[in-house]
Write a protein that binds this ligand. Structure first.
Ligand SMILES: [Zn+2]
Length: 469
């Protein structure tokens, strides 16, 4: 009995399970298309070994650290760097032991599935992680990480990644991407344009960021037209590094379509100094509609990732900064919020706007009806807290009957945890095959069609939606 079962996540009843197995057999080895995620391009540029088990599996994974934190483990004990440079645990083996002795906390969670998948398939570990096996795990993983065939590029190839997108700020010089391209390595690593640092007046350093955007592009970002032109130039720069998409992580999905004069006046107010909450929201809203217009010009696919209340825990933010597992979903409106953007661009079949949600109630009430109508709209896959077997099942159940399969866009792993990528895609393929098997078993879909859809969901839809051909 190993860590992962060959029938994991398939339906329990034998008829449906047999269909799911047949479908899965045809998609399990398809290449991985990862059109949205947060891996570090530096890994692939420098191709240095991953340093140690704690720095690979614990310290950078906020899914892991948030659970441990929720049970009283301090982030200092996990070696998370502090903003003021005050010391934290530096011994990776002690960090690993702390993680191992708390591994039971992950029972029933997707993190547990992803981790076990990596431990088993990458490192050949078959006894469960816990206090007694902590050192066995540490030594086995550390030994493997020292080998050349466990460096980032070798793992990229072993994972059969056809293409992976990272996410960068408009201010990023894309040095690592340049180095990857210059190296002659065949792995396809592309960037994505994430302009939140210059579109969101509440983003740390916003005013400086906008000025820096001007300096980078030679545009006068003190004016609205100069600011928009600077975006156009940076988008073109990102496209030259393979970008096919943009990504927008606003607190809400609100869009606006102001007159030119009103937008100019708003930009002037926002750049003048202290920004009111209303102006900040309106500015983000106008920015989304401008980005949609630019997408229609330059072809970049637009992703909207709203509804996360970032840095909900001020104590943690002050001490450790962003992305510490304290981002919490909030109620999200789409029908009203997207209307200005849709009024302007919703009927454009040449535009692709992919909308994500952390508010599952919106799938059947808002997103499936919208995406099942507007040619410009697609629904992103189950995201973040719902990137889980049950989340994926609910997603298909709530979306398919109104939007079909072809207004969805395949799977996003959306991760910075590199070794979890094959595990996450495998979970998605298994769950989708299980869902399709249910449709076949209840005579709602012919089995020959299910084979086609299984492949579309695992591979072709992501390539098509994100223009990765
Ligand atoms: Zn993301």
């Amino acid at each position: 009995m190993g860590l992962i079962h060959e029938d994991r996540l398939f339906p329990a009843d034998p008829t449906t399970r047999a269909i799911a197995r047949r479908l899965y057999e045809t998609v399990k080895d398809l290449p991985i298309v990862s059109p949205h995620g947060h891996t570090d391009p530096r890994w692939f540029a420098e191709n240095e070994p991953f340093p140690d088990p704690a720095r690979l599996f614990v310290i950078p994974d906020h899914y892991v650290t948030r659970m441990l934190y929720s049970q009283g483990v301090r982030l200092e004990e996990l070696g998370i760097a502090t903003r003021d440079g005050s010391p934290t645990e530096a011994d990776p083996r002690r960090i690993w032991r702390r993680f191992a002795e708390n591994y039971h906390l992950f029972r029933g969670t997707p993190s547990r599935m992803w981790l076990d998948h990596s431990f088993s398939t990458l490192f050949g570990l078959e006894t469960r992680l816990g206090a007694e096996t902590a050192d066995l795990y540490y030594d086995t993983i550390a030994d493997h990480l020292a080998r050349d065939d466990y460096r980032p590029r070798a793992l990229f190839e072993r994972f059969r990644i056809e293409v992976i997108a990272t996410t960068e700020s408009p201010l990023d010089p894309l040095t690592w991407h340049g180095q990857i391209r210059a190296s002659g390595w065949s792995g396809r690593v592309i960037t994505a344009y994430r302009p939140d640092p210059v579109c969101d007046p509440d983003f740390a350093g916003f005013h400086d960021n906008v000025r820096q955007l001007g300096a980078l592009t030679g545009c006068d970002t003190g004016t609205w037209s100069g600011y928009l032109e600077a975006h156009r130039r940076r988008r073109a720069f990102f496209k030259s590094f393979g970008a096919t998409s943009t990504d927008h992580g606003h607190p809400t999905a609100r869009t606006a379509d102001l007159s030119r004069a009103d937008a100019e006046a708003l930009h002037a107010r926002v750049m003048a100094g202290a920004v009111s909450a209303q102006d900040a929201e309106l500015y983000r809203a106008q920015c989304l509609t401008e980005m949609a217009g630019m997408s229609l010009e330059d072809g970049l696919v637009m992703q909207i990732h709203p509804g996360s209340w970032r840095n909900h825990n001020p104590l943690l933010f002050d001490r450790f900064g962003r992305d510490m597992g304290a981002d919490i979903p909030s109620r999200t409106d789409y029908v009203g919020a997207l209307k200005p953007l849709l009024d302007r661009y919703g009927n454009e079949p040449a535009l692709t706007v992919i909308v994500f949600t952390l508010d599952e109630t919106t799938y059947s009430r808002e997103l499936a009806p919208l995406a099942g109508h507007y040619p410009a709209l697609r629904i992103g896959p189950a995201w973040w807290f719902f990137d889980s077997p049950e989340g994926m099942k609910r997603y298909r159940e709530m979306v398919t009957e109104t939007a079909g399969f072809y207004n969805t866009v395949g799977f996003n792993d959306d991760t910075r945890a590199f070794t979890s990528i094959p595990a996450r895609h495998d979970v998605s393929r298994r769950v989708d095959c299980g869902y399709l098997a249910g449709l076949v078993a209840s005579h709602r879909l012919d089995e020959d069609e299910a084979f086609v859809v299984a492949r579309d969901l695992a591979y072709d839809l992501a390539r098509k939606a994100y223009k990765l051909d």
